[in-house]
Design a protein around this ligand. Structure first.
Ligand code: ME8
Length: 648
């Protein structure tokens, strides 16, 4: 019988400073996945924690004049607080300085040593302390910097214990090749296959030049290498190797170890080989998501461009932050953070699309049916399209969520939000309300809208955990009947429910007001602090008549697909929909927009421009953008119902 359990982990974080919004991404994603699996009836276990040993922590503690334990104790409190504020529903929080963890690490070390897979020798090589990572000469370029973080590496020469990792090279390669799901997404899998094929050295797994770590059994001069120590948290937290290993028996092997791409190598190479040596099953999947980037590159303390998640939660609310993170980072790829982009998502997706749908619908039920949800007894035009989408979407969304592709899952859910908004414009309830004969039809339209909102809300529960409570209250729905994924089936709304409008769920935010009061450390650092000089071209003096202007057929068009044009850095090829018609347009905006950012945008197109061939592609129109040469922004609208309309 298939095991109905689900075990997911995040990286355990270094408590050397406060965490930033990039760190929060893995944890929010793991939490949403776990909540989703719970809704699907899985018994779930969700582990996170702190990685408290090693040279980096020892130095960080020294820098602030604290003993290492005091230092990590202080910071771990802040990390736990952050997870609470972000509504993280972890079952356990492991700290690697805990006795329960240390014992297991030493036990595994002893086991592997006794079977002859660990030997003592001397290490002479390079070490990156910020990454806590060893490098061979051949991996380091001439600049003598870490290939991962680009910071200087140190020469280390000391007696060390070595793990015979090289022995497991072929077995690991075979495991990866036989199990396509083991490393995901595919790009990471390929990277790892190439890395392993280039040859695995034995791994240095102890240090003697500092003392902040777990002592090597029977040789206290050495402390165990911090990655050997840290990776073991995934089973020490389950009580592996202790008298009470019920959790280990129930949940191991883990279903997903989730992390960003920079630490996939440790999880996909070191961890499985340790497990192989210890004779233990390997996790089912190692998933390396992309980074949250700023325009100044990866968010990191050393660059001074970190964004404090607590400030953002306080300002915008936890649901909005969680939504933004999971919507903005496409599966496996990098995503960009800016506070302006966050505000735009809140305004467009949450306030405009979802929030308006709820408030318009509830207001109409109050106005036309005394706040009592009517029965759907009169099928009419447009129902089919809405119902068809609402009925098929939950499977599509589940499919994305199963693959940890939350960005696509949320994109798909918002198709139903968009469809429901369009349904209001098509059915025009306000017009039906004027016709006493159309009362049943009006009731059906409003029922269908309430039901669509209910299904959307059930599907976004894993991502926005406190939103449903507010919606169920407004819609008069029993929360307990909507806690499971089965509630996504059509028909859960009961006629006769009483709705009650409350204040706006997501009030629109004025970005200008926000940007003025923005705390300094939440602003992306601008390039070398230089002001951007805007070149404004002189206004044209030649006048045109209104008839000249009318010759331009400007239209709102929705971008349906978008891809880069091969061997053309600046060009994107778009398929756009103008009403019923689809067109291909080649646009020179690749420097400013990634293809995935374009999809779904409602841009303005000159529809009657003579087609031209660009790089062999016939471009049937042009999209409008404002540009000063260095910067560019596409002109766009937000309302779906305007697609195809003329711009005058
Ligand atoms: O590496 N975008 O801990 P760490 C997305 N202790 N994710 C990011 C990110 C960004 N800009 N910055 C950080 C360690 N992360 C080790 C892990 S596990 C046995 C030991 C996330 O505090 C991402 O998941 O440096 C990354 O892998 C993790 O934080 C690293 O956190």
């Amino acid at each position: 019988m298939e095991k109905n359990t689900f075990y997911i982990t995040t990286p355990i974080y270094y408590p050397n400073d406060k965490l930033h919004i990039g760190h929060a991404f893995s944890t929010v994603m793991a939490d949403s996945m776990c909540r989703y699996k719970r809704m699907r009836g899985y018994e779930t276990y969700f582990l996170t924690g702190t990685d408290e040993h090693g040279q980096k922590i020892e130095r960080a503690a020294k820098a602030v004049g604290k003993a290492p334990k005091q230092h990590v104790d202080d910071i771990a409190v802040g990390i736990k607080h952050l997870w609470k504020e972000l509504m993280i529903s972890n079952n356990d929080f492991i700290r690697t300085t805990e006795e329960r963890h240390k014992k297991v690490v030493q036990k595994i070390f002893t086991h592997i040593y006794e079977q002859g897979d660990i030997y003592k020798s001397e290490y002479e090589g390079l070490y990156c302390t910020p990454c806590e990572s060893f490098f061979a000469e051949r991996q380091i370029g001439e600049g003598r910097v870490c290939p991962d973080c680009q910071r200087p590496v140190e020469l280390v020469k000391e007696e060390s214990y070595f793990f015979k990792m090289s022995r497991y090279q072929e077995r690991l390669l075979k495991h990866i090749e036989d199990n396509p799901e083991f490393i995901q997404p595919i790009s990471r899998r390929n990277e790892m296959i190439n890395f392993i094929k280039s040859g695995l050295d034995d791994l240095c797994i102890s240090r003697t030049t500092f003392s902040w770590g777990i002592p090597v059994p029977n040789n206290e001069k050495h402390v165990i290498y911090v990655w050997f120590d840290a990776l073991t948290n995934y089973i020490s937290a389950l009580g592996y190797g202790t008298d009470n290993d019920d959790l280990y028996q129930k949940y191991w092997p883990a279903d997903v170890h989730l992390m960003a791409k920079d630490i996939v190598r440790f999880h996909a190479v070191i961890w499985p080989t340790i497990l192989m040596a210890a004779g233990l099953p390997l996790p089912k999947q190692i998933f390396g998501h992309g980074w949250l980037l700023l325009d100044t590159g990866k968010m990191s303390k050393s660059k001074g461009n970190v964004v404090d998640p607590l400030l953002l939660i306080e300002k915008y609310g936890v649901n909005s932050i969680r939504y933004f993170l999971l919507r903005e980072i496409p599966a496996g790829a990098d995503g960009y953070y800016s506070e302006e982009a966050l505000v735009q998502r809140i305004n467009m997706d949450l306030a405009n699309d979802y929030g308006n749908l709820v408030s318009r619908t509830v207001a109409m039920v109050e106005k036309y049916f005394d706040a009592i949800v009517p029965a759907p007894i009169c099928v009419g035009n447009y129902d089919n399209e809405l119902l068809e989408l609402a009925k098929t979407l939950p499977d599509e969304v589940a499919n994305f969520m199963d693959k940890l592709d939350f960005s696509s899952a949320l994109g798909a859910i918002w198709r139903l939000v968009g469809r429901a908004n369009k349904y209001i414009d098509e059915t025009m309830p306000w017009a039906l309300a004027k016709d006493p004969e159309a009362k049943d039809r009006l009731g059906t339209v409003l029922y269908n809208l309430i039901e669509s909102i209910r299904i959307v809300t059930v599907m976004i529960t894993p991502v926005m955990p406190t939103l449903p409570g507010q919606i169920w209250k407004q819609l008069g729905i029993n929360p307990t009947e909507n806690e499971n994924w089965t509630a996504t089936s059509w028909g859960g709304t009961k006629p006769g429910q009483k709705v009650s409008k409350t204040q706006a769920l997501f009030p629109r935010i004025d970005w200008k007001d926000m940007s003025n009061e923005m705390p300094k450390n939440s602003l992306p650092v601008s390039n070398e602090g230089s002001e951007v000089k805007v070149e404004i071209s002189p206004l044209l003096t030649e006048e045109i008549t209104i008839d000249d202007f009318a010759k331009l057929d400007l239209r709102v068009a929705e971008v349906i697909t978008c891809e880069k044009v091969e061997k053309a850095d600046k060009l994107l090829k778009l398929e756009v929909r103008i009403g019923e018609e689809t067109r291909t347009i080649v646009a020179g905006v690749a420097k400013f927009y990634k293809p995935e950012e374009m999809v779904g945008k409602k841009v303005i197109v000159i529809a009657n421009l003579k087609p031209v061939k660009l790089r062999g592609i016939t471009s049937q129109g042009m999209i409008l953008a404002a540009s000063n040469g260095d910067d560019l922004e596409l002109l766009s609208v937000t309302k779906d119902q305007l697609i195809g309309c003329r711009v005058k």
